[in-house]
Design a protein. Sequence first.
Length: 169
Amino acid sequence: MSIDMKLEGFSELEEALDQISKAAGKGVLRRALKKAAQPTADLMNSYAPKGPTGNLKGSIVVGSKLSKNQAGVHRKSVRDDRSSVEMFVGADYNLSGRHAHLVEFGTGPRFHKETGRSVGAMPPQPFARPAWDRDQKAMLERLSKELWAEIEKSIARAERKAARIAAKG
């Protein structure tokens, strides 16, 4: 499956980010990503099945942290990229009972360890992918707007700080 997208305005964005410090730039990106991704998380929550425990519905969050296992796998894929800013949208494993992936993708036939009796299979009940498919273009538009708003706020803060320092002289 491939996705074709046309992204415009990155040269202007890069110029604007050059006007602020690296730390402020990371903060801008983090805040913009979190705000832009929250409606996607809300949509995933609305698509998530209630289930017998009800833990999955309401456990979808936007955050920068992964579980220990996820972090290990992820670290291998981005080993050399320490300067990036990332946010993740998905089930918080502590809230969802650590089974969101099984609900999303389903399971094959399972058998009891001791008796060998079948305990059945669980059909997939996708909630994350349909939400992403429905919201990805809107999320990118929100991200663009949020980035510019956060950059403008950060530049204004930097200018106010420089003016205060100059006034103290």
